[in-house]
Design a protein. Structure first.
Length: 71
C-alpha cells in the first residue's frame, strides 16, 4: 500500500502555488514537502495543516494506492 499526493500537486497548480509556497502557508518544512514529492509517509498533523491552508479535505490532496491492483 502506498500514498499518492498527485491530487495535491494538481491542486497547487490550480491555486498557482509552488511547493515552497505550500510549505510557507501550511507552516511545514521543505523537508516534509520533499518527502511527499517522493511519495513517502507524513504525519496526519501535516496533512491537516495542508488541508486548513488550502481549505480542502484529505481526499482532495491524497489517495491510497494498493499495489498490485489496477484502477
Amino acid at each position: 500500500m502506498a500514498v499518492s499526493y498527485k491530487k495535491l500537486w494538481k491542486l497547487l497548480i490550480d491555486h498557482d502555488m509552488k511547493k515552497k509556497d505550500l510549505a510557507k502557508v501550511a507552516d511545514i518544512s521543505n523537508y516534509t514537502v520533499t518527502k511527499m514529492s517522493k511519495g513517502e509517509n507524513v504525519t496526519v498533523e501535516t496533512l491537516c495543516k495542508i488541508c486548513v491552508a488550502l481549505n480542502c479535505n484529505m481526499e482532495d490532496i491524497m489517495e491510497i494506492v494498493v499495489e498490485g491492483e489496477e484502477k
